[in-house]
Design a protein around this ligand. Structure first.
Ligand SMILES: Cc1cc2nc3c(=O)[nH]c(=O)nc-3n(C[C@H](O)[C@H](O)[C@H](O)COP(=O)(O)OP(=O)(O)OC[C@H]3O[C@@H](n4cnc5c(N)ncnc54)[C@H](O)[C@@H]3O)c2cc1C
Length: 286
């Protein structure tokens, strides 16, 4: 199938993009890497009157450290993240997640901002952002808003971004000393969307878990922070008993629906497997 007719405008500044968004109203839609949007157009799942291409807007392609924060511009590609020494050193969970996004050709063009704005519940970065307590930065004609990742994802492909706002970047805290990160997912084939995925961070004080963040993807309408499983690990040695308690607690955290990848029982089983593997990996000295 071919895309319906649409107007195309390539803007060169955020101000111009805001003007175009205001001018076109509901029929205007931002185009970034096009790796999701063009497919949606071709499948006739979206029919915007005008695509507003922000690919030429300067200043949105940077990865920058600012104290204990790493700022990632909206147009940074998946591949850029994968190859960034700064991301590998400072936000290893994100570095581990990036290669799981689709295939290389898609990672070369697809952007962080596009992935977060789309808010596919099976996407990697929303779960990473929630696990790390990242801040999503959106901007409109009225100014900038900073939204905690946990509040940004509101449901199935739904976010707190207003239609007239552009997602301009995301801020990740630098990994603290004593913390370890582990991203893993199970997919039918490498590059496919995950059946289930887990973004995990554990902090240790000697052998005791002093901080724990577990965000699952592809188990709900948005990334799910497994608060009961986290409580089961917090303050304990990460031994087999604690892991089993955390796995059992997942029954209270997750209520997955069936999707094209797996049924709910399979997803629950895989979530338990991923949790066990993550703790086993993270309790090893690195
Ligand atoms: C075969 C295939 C497999 C894939 N597998 C995965 C996968 O495993 N994991 C995964 O996470 N993704 C996957 N993707 C999606 C891919 O990662 C996309 O690159 C990403 O989701 C969207 O980024 P983009 O820059 O291409 O956005 P676009 O396609 O340009 O836009 C996507 C949506 O976000 C909006 N948007 C884009 N940027 C902004 C912005 N800065 N501000 C406001 N709105 C914006 C657009 O209006 C549109 O609604 C896959 C895609 C394909 C085609």
């Amino acid at each position: 199938m071919k895309a319906p007719d649409f107007e195309y405008i390539k803007v060169t500044s955020l101000e111009e993009a805001f003007e175009q968004l205001a001018h076109h109203g509901e029929s205007g839609q931002i185009l970034a890497g096009g790796q999701s949007l063009m497919a949606m157009l071709n499948l006739r799942l979206a029919a915007p009157g005008c695509l507003i291409d922000i690919g030429g807007v300067p200043g949105l392609r940077e990865i920058r450290r600012d104290g204990e924060t790493i700022r990632v511009g909206a147009l940074v590609t998946h591949r850029q993240l994968e190859e960034s020494a700064e991301i590998a050193a400072s936000v290893p969970l994100l570095a581990q997640a990036a290669p799981h996004v689709a295939h290389l050709a898609i990672r070369n063009a697809g952007t962080v901002g596009g992935s977060l704005a789309l808010a596919d519940p099976a996407a990697e970065y929303p779960a990473v952002a929630v696990a790390l307590g990242a801040t999503i930065v959106v901007q409109g004609a009225a100014g900038v808003r900073r939204i905690a990742a946990a509040d940004f994802f509101e449901g199935f492909y739904r976010t707190a971004r207003q239609p007239q706002e552009i997602l301009v970047g995301v801020e990740f805290p630098v990994q603290r000393s004593g913390e370890r990160a582990h991203f893993s997912e199970l997919a039918r084939r490498r590059g496919d969307y995950a059946m289930v995925g887990l973004a995990a961070v554990l902090g240790f004080d000697r052998n005791i878990v002093s901080r724990v963040r577990l965000a699952f993807l592809a188990v709900g309408d948005r990334p799910v922070l497994a608060v009961n499983a986290m409580a089961a690990l917090q303050g304990r040695a990460p031994d087999a008993e604690a892991v089993r308690a955390a796995q059992d607690a997942l029954a209270r955290d997750l209520d997955p629906s069936a999707d094209l990848q797996a049924d709910p029982a399979t997803k629950m089983h895989l979530a338990r497997v991923l949790l066990g593997r993550a703790v086993a990996q993270l309790r090893q000295p690195q």
